[in-house]
Structure formats: C-alpha cells, structure tokens
Write a protein that binds this ligand. Structure first.
Ligand code: NOJ
Ligand code: CA
Length: 562
C-alpha cells in the first residue's frame, strides 16, 4: 500500500533536516569568548557540507541574558554581543545562497523584566502596560504555584503587588487575554517573516493560556506548592489564541513551525498538527524525559528501560502518524547529551562512536523531520562540573537550591546537576584541535567540555568512519538516495522484536526499509523476529552481516525478499 498522500506540512518542511544552533556556544568571530551571528555565517560551509537544510537559531534578541536570551527585552533588536541587524540579514542571505533556510525562536509566553512594557508596568500601576502582564494585589485564594525553575511563580514588586512568572522571576508572563498584547506579538512575528526567516520554533507555547482565577491545587512537594505546569499547560481556550496567531502571521506564508508543546495529550494532537492544526510539528518529550519524574528534582532519577523507551517512541510515532508530521530529536539546549543520558560511563568508554551512531540511526529515520543539535554530529557527551559556581544555567542553580531545601547534601545536589544540567549542551562547540577549539581566540563564556577534547569537526571530517561522516551519510541516504521516497514519506510500522532490539520499518508502495538497533552490550540474533537481511544501506559496525547483531549495532537495511 502506498503511503498516505500528504499535503501538510509542505514538502520542503517534510524534507528538511534541521540543525539547531545555540548562538552563544557555536562560533565566536571577535575573540570576546561569546559565539555570535558572524560566527554562524562563517560556519555555513561546514553546515552545508554536512547536508542540513534548515537552521534553527536559539534566541539572539536583546536580552539581559538571565536565561541566555529566553528573556527578551526587545524583540526587534539584536543583543550586541551577538552582532547587529545587518549581521542577521547577511546570515539569512548567505544561508539562502547555500539552500539553507533560517528559523528563529519565538519566546511569546514571557518577556524579560527589562522589557520596556514591564518597566512601564512597574513604574506606573495605572499604565496600560500593567495589563500586558499578570498582576494581582494579593495572593489570597490563588494557587501557590512552583515556577519551572524552582521557587514561587509569584514575585512581589516594590509597590506590594504580585506578578506571575512560569519560569524565572526575571521572565514575567505576558497576559494573552489582552488583545493589545496579541496584536503586538503578531506584528512582531510578521516583521521577522518579512525579513526572510522561514519559520519559528515556538518556545513554551502551551503555557500562554491561564485561568485568571488561578484556583488552588493540592500541593505536590515538600515546599507546599504545586508544579506550575499543572495549572497553566494546554488550557481550554488556548486554541483560540493559537489560531488567531497563525492566521495573522505564518499561516498564509507556508512557514515551518515547530512547537515546544508540553502538556498536549495524544488525543489533542489534531488540534496542534496536521491539516487542522496550528503548527507543522510539535516536539515530543516522552522519550527524551524518560529519566525524569515530571516536576520533581533531577536528583530523583526515574528508573527506565529500553523496552519502555521503545514503547514511548513507537506510541508517539503512531499517534502522530494518524494526524500529521513529527519533529524527531535526541538533544537540544535544555537536555543533557543523549549518549550520556542513555548509556553508562563504561559503555561510553568502550563504544563511544558506535553509541553516537546508534542513537543517530534510531531517531533519524523515524517518520518526520529530524533535528540535530550542535555537537551531536561529533558525538559530544556531558562534561563534568566540580562546583556549582561553574554553572551558568539559571535552571541548574534553581535545581541545586531545591535539592538543598529538600535535604540533599551539597554532593548529592551536585550529582543531580551533573546528571541533568542544561549546560552539558551549552559548553562551546569543538571545531578544531587547537587551543580554544577554533571556537574562540579569547576566554570562552562557559568552560569547554572536559570529557571529549579529541572530538572536533575538523578531525572528524577527514575520517570516513567518524560520527560526523555517519551523520552526513544519514542525511544523504534520507534525502538524496534511491531510498529517499520511502525514508522521507513512507509509513512507520513497528517491528515486533522483543526487548533487546528496537526495530521499525518504513514502507511506501512495494518499498520497505528496516531500521534495527541492538540496545544491549551482547550479541543478539534477530532471525526469530525479522525477515532475512538483504542489502545493508547503513551500519555502525564494520562487520555487519546476516541476522547477527553485534553489541550496540545499528543497521538500516532491506528485506532479502523485497
Ligand atoms: C524553553 C526553552 O527551551 C528554555 O531554554 C527556556 O529556559 C524556557 N523555555 C523558558 O523560555
Ligand atoms: Ca563574539
């Protein structure tokens, strides 16, 4: 049976391979130790050589950098350390010249507390800007919510009133009930589209709708508070805002939109993606957050197994397939490095490259658009933090404080940070085997990683067996090979293979391609479950053959019969 004919999202979005850039840590061009827009432009040839087609830039707008740019003080200005608006225009043009589109991060749930709107709201309680945010004179009878970064979600102002923030106190939430706010936001989004950006990654978008009554909820932690997500995620009425936003901005322009949309159950997916939805794709957190207890301390690791991982991955693929298109990813700027999350230190020591390629294979050929986070393509792992002062991440500091409040020792709190800090993904990129890694000629804003100094893009480009070249081959196989049609538009079907292998097939007409990975450290015989292996299209082990899967082998292959 042919794969279902898809009209949504558009073909260029379905064919896209997105590469996510954290500007601060990607490439410094002026030796101040901070990555910048001109640095990104300088690296476009490296990105084109890899084969990616879309860049997602994390925030570069004017910002006090309390949350590294997710606290925006002017949506129309570039933060000076990242460059100028001319640099941005040049980046967009130079990327286009290489057939690469640029999408940008839209942080619409909150602004910085230094945004002119919030400053005016604070300066004068009678100002119309007061109603751009969520202020209350007193908190009696309101839910006592814990912000996403720890501590109360309500902060008192010098005039005695309280304002609401789902994230840090320097990130006051916008009041989407106010039509003037919505109009400002739509004008700003359209302005960026007019500039030539081809779409948006929508930050924390499922938080925008609140119940203005903030009815109390049962506490869920020793602090007596309730996780803010329980009160503010995917609330009734949010779709009115989202449709209005889409219709007034990117909808008529065929832009790529990918939403950070926690709190959307599978049953609600048709509201968010597919022909009647508001976005091209949404990110699924079920398998990337498999090691977390939602809303709880990072220290309380959730025990998980690969059997469960497989189940979550497949449930999501099948749910999305009914409705629309997936955004498949392993890492981003909020996640620790995937190899470190899913494998043990001794496994990494023995099989580092193989594991990087295994994870790459597993996610890259799922049905949907693959997203690659900077450094993933060279197999970077978590670094090691020896002191809380080495960390920049506002969330890591919040978590550390929460750990201590809940009675953990400083050592345990630091272990927790070492497991989950967002700074594992934010240490600077490793380009070349020189001091400063070709990232900077100055002192980097965040210390370089300590765990894999031998992994650089330049070193790996010259090595045909490297992780970088494997990623390049995966992109070529998906986008520019005889198997492209099935790999990019084919249906997704799970293979039934027990717990030691994760295996699925993509089918389109008579074409079938299997993706099979052995998630164990021992050999596994697949003949009990899978048809005989025909052609091997890609493999992470040199000696791949037949039905025998060596430890952590990953294979893309076709049926002998087909
Ligand atoms: C999600 C972003 O990915 C994260 O980095 C940020 O801290 C929060 N949203 C708040 O904007
Ligand atoms: Ca710089």
């Amino acid at each position: 049976m042919a794969a279902k004919a898809l009209t949504h999202p558009e073909e260029w979005i379905r064919r896209a391979v997105v590469y996510q850039i954290y500007p601060r840590s990607f490439q410094d061009s002026n030796a101040d130790g901070i990555g910048d827009l001109n640095g990104i432009t300088r690296r476009l040839d490296d990105l084109a050589a890899l084969g990616v087609t879309v860049l997602w830039l994390c925030p570069f707008f004017q910002s006090p950098m309390k949350d590294n740019g997710y606290d925006i003080s002017d949506y129309y200005a570039i933060q000076p350390e990242f460059g100028t608006m001319q640099d941005m225009d040049r980046l967009i043009t130079e990327a286009r010249a290489r057939d690469i589109d640029v999408i940008i991060d839209m942080v619409l749930n909150h602004t910085s507390d230094k945004h002119a709107w919030f400053r005016k709201a604070l300066a004068d309680p009678e100002s119309p800007f007061r109603d751009y945010y969520i202020f209350r004179d007193d908190l009696t009878g309101l839910a006592d919510l814990r912000s996403n970064f720890g501590g109360s979600a309500w902060t008192q102002t010098p005039d005695g009133a309280w304002y609401f923030h789902a994230f840090a106190k320097e990130q006051p939430d916008l009041n989407w009930e106010n039509e003037a706010v919505r109009r400002e936001i739509y004008a700003m989004m359209s302005w960026w589209l007019d500039k030539g950006v081809r779409g948006f990654r929508m930050d924390a978008i499922t938080f925008i709708k609140k119940d203005p009554a903030f009815p109390p909820l049962p506490p869920d932690g020793p602090d007596g508070r309730t996780d803010v997500g329980k009160a503010c995620l995917n609330r009734p009425g949010i779709l009115d805002f989202l449709h209005e936003m889409k219709d007034n901005t990117y909808g008529p322009r065929g832009a790529l939109t990918v939403a950070e949309a926690p709190g959307v159950p599978a049953a609600d997916l048709p509201d968010y993606i597919g022909p009647d939805g508001v976005f091209s794709m949404v990110f699924d957190f079920s398998y990337t957050d498999i090691d977390l207890v939602p809303g709880d301390l990072w220290a309380r690791r959730r025990p998980w197994t690969f059997a469960e991982f497989k189940q979550r991955l497949f449930v999501n693929q099948l749910a999305v397939e009914k409705t629309g298109w997936a955004a498949n990813y392993l890492e981003n700027h909020d996640q620790p490095r995937s190899i470190s999350k899913y494998f043990t230190p001794s496994q990494i020591e023995k099989y580092h490259d193989r594991l990087a390629k295994l994870l790459g294979t597993l996610f890259f050929f799922l049905r949907g658009t693959p997203f690659i986070y900077q450094g993933q393509e060279i197999g970077l792992t978590n670094t090691r933090f020896e002191d809380i002062d080495e960390l920049d991440d506002v969330n890591s500091h919040g978590q550390f404080a929460r750990c201590l409040d809940e009675g953990l020792t400083p050592e345990q709190a630091l272990d927790s940070i070492n497991r989950r800090s967002r700074d594992h993904a934010r240490y600077p990129m490793q380009w070349e085997d020189v001091p400063g890694f070709g990232f900077t000629e100055g002192t980097p804003w965040l210390a370089f990683g300590r765990t894999c100094p031998d992994r650089t893009v330049a070193g790996q480009r010259g090595d045909p067996d490297s992780v970088w070249n494997y990623y390049k081959s995966m992109i070529a196989l998906r986008n520019r090979s005889a198997w492209s049609d099935v790999l990019f538009d084919g249906d997704f079907e799970p293979d039934d293979t027990g717990d030691e292998l994760i295996s699925y097939r993509r089918t389109n007409g008579g074409s079938v391609v299997h993706v099979t990975v052995n998630v164990t450290e021992h050999e596994v015989d697949a003949s009990e479950w899978l048809p005989e292996c025909g052609t091997i299209l890609l493999d992470n082990c040199a000696d791949a053959a037949g039905a025998r899967y060596t430890p952590f082998e990953a294979r893309v292959w076709t049926d002998a019969e087909a």
